[in-house]
Design a protein around this ligand. Structure first.
Ligand code: NAD
Ligand code: UDX
Length: 458
């Protein structure tokens, strides 16, 4: 088999994963294609379409040598026999399953495009996150013509998290490859395994049947999100009882059976994956008649909405039951630190709800202001955008920390306090600030899941 790889879909997954493979496998020629010409132009420029620490260096090292970005989807299909597909699979917004099921139109278009343009047998790898048993549909489409060409479909879900994608891909907990347990399936699996084995210890490369692989991706995201919703429910209880959620999370997480990660209470989880993938799981469960199972997982998303609404209600109550005409500064808009991605960011919900309360919202973020403008373009309200957090906070009544950017930990809060309206408030949606210090400066401080520190008489 030729040492050439194609990836269809040059997004947050396709671009970085292929740059990593290009770097680790210099003898492979890798092409990444997309139907979006602006995105491809950006991948070919010095201003990459996504911000991800370490990505610029990786692309600079490989682009033009063994990594190429192109819009020629059809030509690339003809020229490559290993095809990763990492197109978007968002939640369906129309018809049956709207708001719940995965929208597979981009996926199916890609399958048909592969079929139309293939002149030799191909291994097609699901990199996108998909409902379990999608590979069967893919196989049926690809093998619908008796043209002597055969297709092997594999599942190789991606577990990278944004903001740490390069590190995650270099040191993954595991790589998962699902295949049919046939000779051809095993052969195809070995071709992909060989690529990852260049830098990943063999014992971390898991091989499973194809359905387990597809389902494991949905389940991994559901479990991660469930931990966040679980600790967020406890944050609500802590606020009623003077317990401290960080102390509880530490005590609970030190139990090695539970583990310490993903127990940071927050304003809520965001990102393009968690909600979409849980809803996808819920839809599948309902499809198979498993109503109780579906209800259980759906609550994880319900609690995430509850947590965001709780944050708004806490602001409203603390600020004397009216936000109208008040100026609120959102520190951060990205759904997490070290990315410019704002998909499903809790900041969107908070900004919208503040606007509904007739507050004026000033948004600051080091990497996400462009996306923030797009997200809020259709929402009625007064929104200002200031990259400099000191400028953003000037004249505001409150700061609300939306993203755990390191830079917010070390701002000069004394200087910020002086330039704010009094009484000045901090609502720390990420629990990253030094609350005691901010209180001593004069702020009234409202963390998540900890007693507030206020200068008001009870
Ligand atoms: P994305 O929207 O950033 O990128 C998808 C790209 O596919 C877009 O640029 C789009 O133009 C392109 N595309 C769509 N149809 C196409 C076609 N027919 N031909 C060529 N290109 C086409 O999405 P993403 O965040 O990279 O996610 C891709 C998949 O990976 C999704 O299924 C997602 O659930 C999964 N995933 C994402 C992450 C993440 O952190 N973003 C992590 C793991 C898995
Ligand atoms: C997630 C999965 O982690 C990754 O394996 C999968 O491939 C894609 O989906 P991502 O959404 O990029 O990755 O970031 P993640 O670090 O999981 O954070 C998701 C959201 O949860 C963010 O909004 C983050 O701030 C929030 N979060 C995370 C918490 O609120 N508390 C935590 O303890 C951890």
């Amino acid at each position: 088999m030729n040492k050439t790889i194609l990836c269809i879909g040059a997004g947050y997954v396709g671009g970085p994963t292929m740059a990593m493979i290009a770097s680790k496998c210099p003898d492979y020629r890798i092409t990444v294609v997309d139907i979006n010409p602006q995105r491809i132009a950006a991948w070919n420029s010095d201003d990459l379409p996504i911000y991800e620490p370490g990505l610029d260096d990786l692309v600079r090292e490989t682009r033009g040598k063994n990594l190429f970005f192109s819009t020629d989807v059809e030509g690339a299909i003809r020229d490559n026999d290993i095809i990763f597909v990492s197109v978007n699979t968002p939640t369906k917004t129309f018809g049956a399953g709207a708001g719940m099921a995965a929208d597979l139109q981009y996926w199916e278009k890609t399958a048909r495009q592969i079929l139309e343009n293939a002149q030799s047998s191909k291994i097609v790898i699901e990199k996108s996150t998909l409902p379990v048993r999608t590979a069967l549909a893919m196989e049926r489409i690809l093998n619908s013509q008796a043209n002597g060409i055969s297709f092997d479909v594999l599942s190789n879900p991606e577990f990278l998290a944004e903001g740490s994608a390069i590190w995650d891909m270099e040191n993954p907990d595991r790589v998962l490859i699902g295949s049919r347990e046939t000779d051809r399936g095993r052969q195809a699996r070995n071709a992909i395994l060989e690529i990852y084995a260049r830098w990943i210890p063999r014992e971390r490369i898991l091989t499973t049947n194809i359905w387990s692989s597809e389902l494991s991706k949905l389940v991994a995201n559901a479990f991660l999100a469930q931990r966040i919703s679980s600790i967020n429910t406890i944050s609500a209880l802590c606020e009623k009882t003077e317990a401290d959620v960080a102390e509880v999370a530490r005590a609970v997480g030190m139990d090695s059976r539970i583990g310490a990660k993903f127990l940071n209470a927050s304003v809520g989880f965001g990102g393009s994956c968690f909600k979409k993938d849980i809803l996808n799981l819920v839809y599948l469960c309902r499809f198979y008649g498993l109503e109780e199972v579906a209800d259980y997982w759906e609550r994880v998303v319900g609690i995430n909405v509850y947590q965001q609404e709780r944050f708004i209600m806490s602001m409203l109550t603390a600020m004397f039951n009216t936000l109208a005409g008040k100026r609120i500064c959102l520190l951060g808009f990205a759904f997490k630190a070290n990315t410019g991605d704002t998909r499903e960011s809790p900041a969107i919900f908070i900004a919208r709800r503040l606007a509904e309360e007739h507050a004026e919202v000033v948004i600051s973020d080091p990497k996400a202001l462009g996306n923030a403008r797009l997200d809020l373009a259709k929402i009625d309200g007064v929104f200002h955008y200031r990259e400099d957090p000191y400028e953003a906070a000037k004249g505001c009544h409150a700061l609300a920390v939306m993203t755990e950017w390191d830079l917010y930990r070390s701002l000069d809060y004394e200087k910020i306090y002086e330039q704010m309206d009094k009484p000045a408030f901090i609502f720390d949606g990420r629990n990253i600030l030094d609350h005691k210090r901010c209180f001593e400066i004069g702020f009234n401080v409202y963390p998540i899941g900890k007693p507030p520190l206020t200068h008001f008489e009870v």
